[in-house]
Design a protein around this ligand. Structure first.
Ligand SMILES: [Zn+2]
Length: 207
């Protein structure tokens, strides 16, 4: 708890700490070299890699994630967990995205709409990036530094890059550098031939 706040803030922090405020200090000097502090609001791939590399980082992050279910899902690489006590206000689903605790079903519905767009030959909305220029520069820098997430789905190997580029190595050895550059109907056809590509696209947030 920071002591620099006035009395009013202390009061407020006490109230917040009971519900949503993450545990632990805001900024921990031990993780300066990682250029990343453990943060529970976005359990993403870079944080998972830091957990693999540094048990201290893992312990600090663990202390900030209040839900056991969410933490296990994060460690297992699962995309959702069950939160029976917090059904979605919009659709009533009990599944939450591991990444940010948002509703998993609402996420899938958005993805399904994108698949309809792909079938129709339109780019999925998620790939149309409206982020700021600075954010783009930051993600380009991370990509140059090799910040990526690699995962195998059956016979294919998929790599996610910070700029959103999705690299795929197919069973016949064909190497697709950026799947988003392919025509949506080609991607859709490939997915019908290789069901694991669909799992990969779900993992990549396309679906
Ligand atoms: Zn929902």
């Amino acid at each position: 708890m920071r002591l620099t706040h006035g009395a009013k803030f202390s009061q407020m922090e006490r109230t917040i700490s009971k519900s949503i405020r993450p545990h632990g200090p805001q900024s921990d000097a031990r993780f300066t070299l990682h250029q990343r502090q453990p943060r529970a609001d976005k359990l993403d791939a870079p944080q998972r890699r830091l957990c693999d590399a540094d048990p201290t980082f893992m312990a600090a992050l663990r202390g900030r994630v209040s839900s056991e279910e969410r933490w296990s899902a994060f460690i297992d690489g699962a995309s959702y967990y069950i939160a029976l006590e917090k059904p979605c206000g919009r659709c009533g689903d009990f599944r939450k995205r591991t990444r940010d605790r948002s509703c998993y079903r609402c996420h899938l519905v958005r993805g399904a709409n994108n698949f309809e767009r792909m079938k129709a030959g339109l780019a999925p909305k998620v790939m149309r990036n409206k982020d700021s220029h600075l954010d783009l520069l930051d993600r380009q820098r991370r990509e140059r530094e090799g910040d990526c997430l690699i995962r195998e789905f059956g016979s294919i190997t998929v790599t996610r890059w910070p700029t959103g580029r999705l690299e795929v190595v197919f069973p016949d050895g064909y190497h697709e550098r950026d799947l988003a550059k392919r025509k949506p109907e080609e991607v859709y056809r490939a997915m019908e031939l290789l069901p694991e590509l669909k799992d990969a696209l779900i993992w990549a947030g396309w679906y």
